[in-house]
Design a protein around this ligand. Structure first.
Ligand code: KIV
Ligand code: ZN
Length: 527
């Protein structure tokens, strides 16, 4: 871990400064509407974040719900030998104790405790006073230090707090034992110039600031989260808090991939480096899109479909003449898969396993066998199997493993002037269920048949379909949003047959709804 005292030495030795990447996709990202993930999905995401080599994974807010607690515990137990695992806690004994309960299994754990320091929050939300908040912060940090050596303190709404008071709270938190001090722009209000000024002032005025890592946590309400984070880094912040694809409360958090590639591409300006394996960025972004069913916009920097597409003739001509004319970083550097033919129907298990390994995927023997069977079935239908196809198969196998309702058989009839009908057979553990239905079209007919068997009819709120690669025989990916008892769940399914993909997506949503507990959840907005 790098502390500011080391900054000077790096300067003398002309070494780039190492910036810690604190990923909060599973906490600040996940708590925003539409992005909720179940425990299995959080674990998959955490594993990928470890592959990406983030320094800290904030795995959740253990007091918020049973599910959050279980997810943090599972990540702490499973993701070993890499990132620090952090859990959020309000500046309350009960939160801190609960956070430690979940985190104690981690190789390296961090308790992240916070309390608001702006007068607006102190007066209206906490109904407290500055002095009481100061005391609560000191008490919380000391309690957390009683459990572990790595304690982060956040002054919520720091950027709208009185700067003198903020300096006092920060100084007291450091004295109480905090090892990281986080300065959040909770409401995404500050501009880069003001944020730089605030960080500079803290660095100059807080007497013990050199004992800790200073961190920035920026929200994107004015579209400034990434540039504000970079401004803080220039003033000496040693950690930034961010999320994959910039997901998060309201307009989101600072996007991890944009900060990391900003630092890498403009190393001449920042003279900083991160430990991120940038070739994993695209895959991490895709995994999150797959899990949540929410795609990034095509022009999203770094990971959007058009991020490296040169459409204008003059640009294409330039890039062909020399890449540097219009390309400031390469698609390879962020891991955008090249649509090259990788495998075909004659490829064996060995070649399949090897290609997965090249893509950074290691599967247990059982999972590998299942994935290989799916690959063979796909290769029979589709002449060419691309990396994107492999990733789609693997994500589906891994994320859908252990589902309660599994599709065994699907048959449908449809056509102009016909009444569309579908017969669906499902396996529910040891039981076989079968029903037929009719509807507006084959998808509607199949969904009705499924509703009759599962008896938990959902309301289809959204349905989207796209092809995973180019070509008429491409895998189709269907993403559905389904509401069950007022809760919206996203489901995903892939197949070369779009009706089958639609059925798989609907079943995926049902399985998630069945597996989801409905315990109440508190969020930082409600504390
Ligand atoms: O935005 C914020 O202030 C937070 C804190 C809990 C760090 O997410
Ligand atoms: Zn936040």
């Amino acid at each position: 871990m790098i502390i500011p005292a080391q900054r000077q030495r790096f300067k003398e030795e002309k070494m780039p400064r190492r910036i810690l990447i604190f990923d909060t996709t599973l906490r600040d990202g996940e708590q925003s509407p539409g992005y909720s993930m179940n425990t299995r999905e959080k674990l998959e995401m955490a594993r990928q974040l470890a592959r990406l080599n983030v320094d800290v994974i904030e795995a959740g807010f253990p007091i918020a719900s049973e599910d959050d607690f279980e997810a943090v515990k599972l990540v702490a137990e499973t993701v070993k030998g890499g990132p620090v695992i952090a859990g959020l806690a309000r500046a309350k004994d009960i939160d801190i104790d609960r956070a430690w309960e979940a985190l104690k299994y981690a190789d390296r754990a961090r308790i992240h405790t916070f309390i608001a320091t702006s007068d607006i929050h102190i007066q209206y939300k906490l109904k407290s006073t500055r002095e009481e908040v100061l005391e609560a912060a000191i008490r919380a940090v000391k309690r957390a230090r009683g459990y572990c050596d790595d304690v982060e303190f956040s002054a919520e709404d720091a950027c709208r707090s009185d700067q003198d008071y903020l300096c006092r709270v920060v100084e007291a938190a450091v004295k109480a034992g905090a090892t990281t001090i986080n300065i959040p722009d909770t409401v995404g209000y500050i501009t880069p110039w003001e944020f730089a000024e605030r960080i500079r002032d803290l660095m100059n005025r807080v007497s013990n600031i050199d004992k800790v890592v200073v961190s920035a946590h920026c929200h994107n309400d004015l579209g400034l989260a990434v540039v504000n984070s970079l401004a803080a880094i220039r003033e000496g912040a040693g950690q930034v808090e961010c999320t994959i694809n910039g997901i998060g409360e309201r307009a989101g958090n600072a996007s991890l991939e944009e900060i990391v590639m900003g630092l890498k591409t403009r190393r001449d300006l920042f003279d900083c480096e991160t430990g991120i394996r940038t070739e994993e960025l695209y895959r991490t972004s895709k995994l999150l899109q797959t899990i949540t069913g929410i795609s990034v916009q095509p022009n999203k920097a770094i990971v959007g479909a058009n991020a490296f597409a040169h459409e204008a003739g003059i640009h294409q001509h330039g890039v062909l003449a020399h890449k540097l004319t219009y390309e400031i970083m390469t698609p390879e550097s962020v891991g955008v898969p090249q649509s090259t033919l990788v495998l075909g129907k004659h490829s064996g298990r060995h070649a399949f396993k090897k290609r997965l390994e090249e893509l950074g995927i290691e599967l247990a023997d059982d999972d590998l066998n299942k994935a290989f069977v799916r690959f063979k079935a796909l290769a029979d239908k589709k002449k060419e199997v691309f990396d994107e196809d492999l990733l789609a198969i693997i994500e589906e196998e891994v994320l859908m493993a252990g589902e309660i309702y599994v599709l065994e058989h699907l048959q449908f009839t449809s056509g102009t002037g016909m009444i569309p009908t579908a017969t669906v057979r499902l396996r529910k553990q040891d039981e076989i269920l079968q029903e037929s239905g009719w509807g507006d079209g084959p998808v509607d007919a199949a969904y009705r048949a499924i509703d009759m068997m599962t008896k938990i009819p959902g309301r289809l709120k959204d349905y989207g379909i796209r092809s995973v690669t180019a070509g008429k025989d491409a895998l189709g990916e269907v993403v559905v949003s389904v509401e069950f008892d007022g809760q919206t769940v996203v489901g995903r399914g892939t197949s070369t047959d779009v009706i089958e993909a639609s059925v798989k997506a609907y079943l995926n949503a049902i399985n998630k709804a069945v597996g989801r507990r409905t315990k109440p959840r508190i969020t930082t907005e409600r504390v």
